[in-house]
Structure formats: structure tokens, C-alpha cells
Design a protein around this ligand. Structure first.
Ligand SMILES: *Cc1c(COP(=O)(O)O)cnc(C)c1O
Length: 400
């Protein structure tokens, strides 16, 4: 028990919970959160060991089951998402895998938005398909398509909003209603917004997924993941994780937990820079179109205003001249990192058609609106004028 465990914390604001929730001090009385790097825990006596194994009381046994540092990260994130409980995993994909393995069985049906993370598509299509779970992919923006795809065996609705790289926005309350009518669960990958900008559980989602690798860490240091939701659902997930083992390391959990302390401030700064950059890119002649939900002419603008507290740090734009022009632009940049990652203090740039979305056919990309001239930028925390100057190097290359 620490001072931080008081009732006041449950009623505190997200920024406060991000700094004060989930603290478990050791007997040394350290101020900052300790890292418990141990695989196992010792028992006080044979009786104590037997009691811990029988499940009579909850105590540490083995770090695949529980670890105090991991618990701290889980409790802090659960508080911020306004969920009853959270479980941390080795990566974002491990969080999605655990959710599916714990909650689905052969014969179940899943509805998933088309523009989800590439490995998520692979998991649903290939690996779950091998075990008799069928997935229908539908448009994120069209709730009626979700309703039309529903079957009696539909168990899970899965979406990622805003989407990558076009920043399309799902109506989470509408999807929650469909899930509810269907007796299915709505699972939302909240990686792009984080709880600082969007809390899907409050809009009716049953589970929130995180790739903590992205904004929760925020500095590109570690892999991590988490699932947040009701205690009863978390128990199912914990069962899978303890048995099958995709646990997060205490060190990675600690990095993510400390990352949460600055999440809100960082997200505000990412949003400000992305908004500025999106508006500026719109004025540039070689740009056909800018995709950012903070632009009033973006199809997701109204929904984003209603359900998000900011528009996020990721945007994309299409340059004239297709792939050759996009590559020329990217080659000329010097500050931005050419990497597929996002959610980092470092601004990153990537050409979706030949990297993150290269598994799609040309026709699928055309239908989705991921053209050959499209460039995605995940705006970091450098000074906005330096980011713009880097884009100017790209635009200058197009004129040569
Ligand atoms: C990166 C990412 C994932 C996967 O997370 P990992 O930590 O890389 O396993 C899942 N969803 C989204 C939206 C992502 O960006």
C-alpha cells in the first residue's frame, strides 16, 4: 500500500494517473518505479508455496505469470484507458494473438476493418484461418457493411482507428452497437490515438489493444503490447498468457510505464506539429491530396472531432508523378528517418505502396486509395520548421 493507492487516484485526471497509478515500491522506498528483473520468486515456507499454487491468494510465483513491474505498467495503462484491468504482452501482435486465442474457437467468425496493420491481416487470414476461424474484411467507414457482414457465428469485430496511412475514422459507437446486437465483442486497436486522445471503452468497445512499441514508449526503444478491458475478459486472456507465454520483459514494461508519464504532453506536441505540417503540405503545388483527419475537408473530420481529443501524429500525402516522384522526395530528405515505425520522437517517412502495403495487389491498393505517389509521415517532436525544411528538400528534388 502506498499513498498513491488512495481513492482519489481513481477520480484523478489522465495526466495524473499517467504519473501516479500502478506504483509498487519495494521495502527500499525508492521514489522512481523499480525494475524487478527476476524469473521466479521465493516462497516463505512450503505452506506458502502450496497456497500460491492453489490460487488461494494472489502472489508472485514466476514472471511468466506475474511480475511487479509488469503489474505496475498494466495498472497505469488500465487507469488511463478507464478499463477495469489490463494485461501486458511481448508486443502489439502478441496482444492481438492473445485476444484471439483466448476468445475465439474453431467455427467463429470475425469482422475486421480492411485497413488494419499488415500483420493483423496475416494473423486473421492465414493463421486463424488454419484453425477454422473465418474473417470478413470490410470498410472502416461504413457501419452498414459491418452489419451486412455479421453472421450468427460472429464473435469479434476488430478495427483500428484512425487508419494507416489514410487517417480514416471509424464510428466506434455505431460499431459497438452492432457488436452488441450480434452478441459479439468490439476490439479496438488504439495504437494511433493512445488513451491521451481516445478512450474506446467509453464509446462502447469491449477491449482496447495497444502496440506499446509506438507512442506508449514513444522513443522507439522497446517492443511491448497490452490489452485493456473488463476484469472477466482479462481473466480469459491471463489464462492464455500464463499458459502459452508471450509475456513482456520487466525492463520493457518499465520503459513503457515511464513512457506513459509523458504521453499526454507528447501526444499534444505530435498533434500540433502534424496539424501544422498537414495545412502547409496542402499549399504545396506538387501535392494532390493530404490525408489528415484534422483537415476539415477530410471525410473523417466530424467523427474525429466527436470521438477524439486530437487528430494524432500520422499523416499522408500524395505527390504528382507516382512512385518515381515519391521515392525522389524521400531520397532528398535528410532529417526524417526512412523507417516503417511510428510513434517516435524522431519523425519517420515511408512509401506505403512499396513497404507497409506492398503485400496488397495493385487493384487492392487502388481501391483503398493507397496510390503510388503516397508518402506517409509520422510526425515526431523535432522543431516543426526543421521538419518543413526537410520536406522542402524533398519538394526541391521534384522540381529538378
Ligand atoms: C505496430 C502496430 C501493431 C503491432 O505491434 P508490434 O508491437 O509491432 O507487434 C499493431 N497495430 C498497429 C496499429 C501498429 O501500428
Amino acid at each position: 500500500m502506498t499513498k498513491e493507492d488512495g481513492d482519489w487516484l481513481d477520480r484523478a485526471h489522465l495526466e495524473t494517473q499517467a504519473i501516479r497509478a500502478g506504483i509498487r515500491r519495494s521495502s527500499e522506498g525508492e521514489h522512481s518505479e523499480p525494475i524487478h528483473t527476476t524469473s521466479s520468486f521465493i516462497f516463505d515456507s512450503p505452506e506458502d508455496a502450496a497456497a500460491r499454487f492453489s490460487g488461494d491468494y494472489v502472489a508472485n510465483v514466476y514472471s511468466r505469470y506475474t511480475n511487479p513491474t509488469v503489474r505496475g505498467f498494466e495498472q497505469r495503462l488500465a487507469a488511463m484507458e478507464e478499463g477495469e484491468a489490463a494485461v501486458a504482452t511481448a508486443s502489439g501482435m502478441a496482444a492481438i494473438l492473445a485476444t484471439c486465442m483466448a476468445l475465439l474457437k474453431s467455427g467463429d467468425h470475425v469482422i475486421c476493418s480492411r485497413d488494419v496493420f499488415g500483420s493483423t491481416v496475416g494473423l486473421f487470414e492465414k493463421y486463424l484461418g488454419n484453425f477454422g476461424v473465418e474473417t470478413s474484411f470490410v470498410s472502416l467507414r461504413d457501419p452498414s457493411a459491418w452489419r451486412a457482414a455479421a453472421r450468427p457465428s460472429t464473435r469479434l469485430l476488430f478495427c483500428e482507428t484512425p487508419s494507416n496511412p489514410l487517417c480514416e475514422v471509424a464510428d466506434l459507437a455505431a460499431l459497438a452497437q452492432i457488436a452488441n446486437d450480434q452478441g459479439a465483442l468490439l476490439v479496438v486497436d488504439n495504437c494511433f490515438c493512445t488513451p491521451a486522445l481516445q478512450r474506446p471503452l467509453n464509446l462502447g468497445a469491449d477491449l482496447v489493444i495497444h502496440s506499446a512499441t509506438k507512442y506508449l514508449d514513444g522513443q522507439g526503444r522497446v517492443l511491448g503490447g497490452a490489452v485493456v478491458g473488463a476484469e472477466s475478459l482479462m481473466e480469459e486472456l491471463v489464462g492464455f498468457l500464463r499458459t502459452c507465454g508471450p509475456a513482456i520483459s520487466p525492463f520493457n514494461a518499465w520503459v513503457c510505464m515511464k513512457g506513459l508519464e509523458t504521453l499526454s504532453l507528447r501526444m499534444q506536441a505530435h498533434c500540433q506539429r502534424a496539424q501544422h505540417l498537414a495545412e502547409w503540405l496542402q499549399t504545396m503545388a506538387p501535392v494532390n491530396r493530404v490525408n489528415y483527419a484534422g483537415l476539415p475537408d477530410h471525410p473523417g473530420y466530424d467523427l474525429a472531432v466527436a470521438q477524439q481529443e486530437g487528430f494524432g501524429g500520422v499523416l499522408s500525402f500524395e505527390v504528382q508523378g507516382g512512385q518515381a516522384a515519391a521515392w525522389q522526395f524521400i531520397r532528398a530528405t535528410e532529417l526524417m528517418s526512412l523507417t516503417a515505425n511510428l510513434g517516435d520522437a524522431k519523425t519517420t517517412i515511408v512509401h506505403p505502396a512499396t513497404t507497409t502495403h506492398s503485400r496488397l495487389t495493385q487493384q487492392q491498393r487502388d481501391e483503398a486509395g493507397i496510390s503510388d505517389g503516397l508518402i506517409r509521415i509520422a510526425v515526431g517532436l523535432e522543431h516543426i520548421e526543421d521538419i518543413k525544411a526537410d520536406c522542402d528538400r524533398g519538394f526541391a528534388a521534384l522540381l529538378r
